[in-house]
Every structure is written in C-alpha cells, then in structure tokens.
Design a protein around this ligand. Structure first.
Ligand code: AMP
Length: 141
C-alpha cells in the first residue's frame, strides 16, 4: 500500500505545498512542532536514509536548503533544526524518506531532547573511533 506521502505526491490527498521539482516535494507538517514546520520528501517511496541513492539524497538536501532559505525570509526565525528519523525506534511514523525543517525562536523549547552529561569524553572518543572505522561502507547491514 502506498504511503501517505506517496498519496500526497499523487494528488490523492491534499497538502500545503511549498515547493516541488522532479524528485522532491516540500509541504507543511499537519502536526507542527513549531510555526512553519515543513517536511521535504523524496517523491520516490524509499523508507529511510539507508535506502536512498546519492543523487536523491543530494536532491533532497538541495530542496531542504532552498526551502529553509524561503522559511527564513518569510518567518524570520532565530534558527532552524533539520531533523530526520529512520525506523520506528527513532520516532519515524511514516516509512517514506523525509526531512523535517523546524524553524526555531529563542526560548521556544520546541525540541528539548538532548541529554547533557550522559557520556564521558573517553566514551565519546571510543564511539567516534567505532563509527569512523566504518566510513566508506556502502551497505550498513
Ligand atoms: P516522522 O515521525 O519523522 O515519520 O514524521 C512524520 C511526520 O509526518 C509527522 O511530523 C506528521 O505530523 C507528518 N504527517 C503525517 N501525515 C501528514 C499529512 N497528511 N500532511 C502533512 N504532514 C503529515
């Protein structure tokens, strides 16, 4: 069954569209974390970051930048979060690759989920070593 985002791409359900090109579509999130919260999707229905070929990743990133500039010009936020969930455990609820653009204003507390003090400098170093040893791996499996 097609994802809800594919149904938006196909015009079967409405969305507040901001931008569209051959490979990507940007529209406002229906349950926004902040004013102007936007989703940029890859039109092709691929579940996560791990599934996208580089050209589609680039296309989405380019649209994220274009739309982020327009949001900044229109709404003048103090900053923007770019957020992207992969897999149900991460909070992904729509298994169709998308990037969140979340405009932020000082003191809005829209996203307060970082956890300071939960990892030591040694643990950080070890983790960086473990991950960087896998750089260049094409298939994460
Ligand atoms: P995620 O949790 O990263 O999978 O994000 C999915 C997002 O899609 C959520 O922020 C939802 O609010 C949003 N969403 C779900 N259905 C729609 C829809 N029909 N139009 C716009 N946004 C939607």
């Amino acid at each position: 069954m097609a994802s809800i985002f594919t149904r938006i791409v196909n015009g079967e359900i409405p969305a507040a569209k901001l931008y569209e090109d051959a490979q990507t579509l940007a529209f406002l999130d229906v349950s926004p974390a902040s004013h102007g919260h936007t989703l940029v999707i890859c039109k092709q229905e691929l579940p996560t970051l791990l599934d996208l070929p580089p050209d589609l990743l680039f296309a989405v990133a380019r649209t994220v930048q274009l739309v982020a500039r327009a949001i900044t010009a229109a709404l003048q936020p103090d900053g923007l979060n770019i957020l992207q969930n992969n897999g149900a455990a991460s909070g992904q609820t729509v298994a169709h690759y998308h990037v969140h653009i979340i405009p932020r204003w000082k003191g809005d507390h829209a996203l307060n989920h970082w956890k300071p003090g939960t990892i030591t400098p040694d643990e950080l170093r070890d983790l960086a070593t473990t991950i960087s040893a896998r750089m260049g791996v094409e298939d994460a499996a």
